[in-house]
Design a protein around this ligand. Structure first.
Ligand SMILES: C[S@@+](CC[C@H](N)C(=O)[O-])C[C@H]1O[C@@H](n2cnc3c(N)ncnc32)[C@H](O)[C@@H]1O
Length: 421
């Protein structure tokens, strides 16, 4: 059942049409008149609008005009607009599929921010941003003076304050940072953590990012294999989707449950769970194939692992949320946010790095398309293999990929292929 669909409870008569339409528009902030419903759209244009709203995490109510010819014609007259779908927001007519697509492509998010990648000093960028618009920031600053990022300076205090302003109540900042270790640990990470606390963040957790492969051996100390991931929250976190891992043992076992002072162990039969919430030490392989398989990313000197970013994004945000990286370098946070159906905003002071980020995102978007998707037929890959879909039309798969063009391509592809057979 489509929870968003409004079903007519009374028989629609010509006299009541306008009042019914007006009532739907007045009672719902975002109202979509479409063909089909949001589970099973019956035209590509309607499917695309639903998919865009889903991608942005917007709640809308829908009315299936195919269920009622009077409303189907009535809404066209009411809006003075000849086609379906039609969107109303706060009682104002917005337009049809093309207009919604245009707004989406121009980067509007549900926070009213233009998502995308920007060349800017993040301090001045954040000063211009509305307060409390970001759900999650995943970022990594320049570490001490370890690397030269095209010679740009780093103003920690103002960046921390900008982040505090930009993040929503209940939002999270993941600050991935290591210390200079040669000549004694700098402990810059600790100082930064304390400063975050001073300006109002809760130190929700200090997690460890462990590197599985560590190329830099030290002659007089143990090889350093970790960095910190400060998880800072503005008040109580509003989202936590705990990641799970397999337990070593599962199933039924006799388990000690009550060891008394007499030393006698009592055992009872208990079911051991198959999975448990992970610990706060996360390990990742680094380097090519570990950090990322995007060769182009390594033109940046300090890319963090895609998997690390993905794990944080899944943990602390939901689809449609805005994920921000004020020092996005090669764009890892933005790429993963895009692939996990979040909105993204990336800023870096270096144009060279932003160009890398843009290219990575473009490549990822192309890869995401994978094969050609065709309504009723499934996904068709370039090598000709097909993946059937179970239940007809999947609006999400279509909308994310510029649905209409994609469908047209799919039909062309199929007919061309069939002709060649
Ligand atoms: C550790 S790197 C981030 C790398 C990124 N996480 C990735 O995966 O590619 C730090 C970045 O901060 C940028 N940066 C330094 N100061 C900045 C500032 N004031 N505003 C914006 N970016 C800045 C540098 O250009 C560099 O790309």
């Amino acid at each position: 059942m489509d929870k968003r669909e409004i079903l007519s409870e009374q028989p629609v008569t010509p006299e009541k049409v306008t009042a019914l339409i007006k009532n739907m528009i007045d009672s719902n902030e975002l109202m979509l008149f479409m063909k089909g419903n949001s589970i099973q759209p019956m035209c590509g244009f309607s499917a695309r609008v639903v998919a865009i709203f889903d991608e942005l995490g917007l709640d809308c109510k829908v009315f299936n005009v195919l269920a009622d010819p009077l409303i189907r014609e009535g809404i066209k007259k009411y809006s003075n607009w000849p086609t379906i779908p039609q969107v109303y927001y706060k009682q104002e007519f917005i337009g049809g599929c093309d207009i919604i697509t245009e707004m989406y492509q121009s980067g509007m998010t549900k926070n009213g921010i233009k998502s995308g990648l920007y060349v800017s000093d993040c301090v001045s960028f954040m000063a211009e941003m509305p307060a409390e618009c970001v759900d999650l920031a995943v970022t990594s600053p320049p570490y001490d003076d370890l690397r030269d990022y095209n010679g740009y300076s780093f103003d920690f205090a103002n960046i921390a304050q900008g982040l505090f302003k930009a993040i929503k109540k209940g939002g999270i900042v993941v600050w991935v940072v290591g210390d200079r270790i040669n000549g004694g640990r700098s402990l810059t990470s600790f100082r930064q953590g304390l400063y975050f606390q001073e300006i109002g963040f809760d130190i929700h957790d200090v997690m460890i990012y462990q590197k599985k492969n560590t190329p830099f051996m030290r002659s007089n100390a143990y090889t350093n294999c970790y960095e910190f991931m400060f998880v800072l929250s503005k008040g109580k976190p509003k989202t936590f989707n705990p990641l799970k891992e397999k337990t070593v043992r599962s199933g039924f076992e006799m388990v000690v449950h009550n060891k008394k002072a007499d030393g006698i162990n009592k055992k009872t039969l208990k079911e051991l769970k198959k999975e448990k919430t992970r610990t706060n030490i996360w390990s990742y392989a680094v380097g090519f194939g570990g950090t990322t398989s995007d060769k182009i990313a390594f033109a940046h000197p300090a890319v963090f692992p895609e998997k690390l970013v993905e794990d944080h994004i899944l943990s602390w945000s939901n689809p449609g949320d805005l994920v921000f990286d004020p020092m996005c370098g090669s764009g890892t946070t933005c790429k993963i946010a895009m692939l996990t159906q979040r909105q993204y905003l990336g800023v870096d002071i270096s144009e060279e790095y932003i160009n890398i980020a843009k290219q990575r995102l473009k490549n990822a978007e192309n890869e995401k398309m994978g094969g050609l998707f065709c309504a009723g037929k499934g996904r068709i890959y370039k090598d000709g293999t097909e993946e059937k879909i179970q239940t007809g039309f999947n609006p999400n798969s279509v909308g994310l990929l510029d649905g209409e063009n994609y469908l047209m391509n799919a039909y062309h592809y199929i007919s061309e292929r069939d002709t060649l057979k």
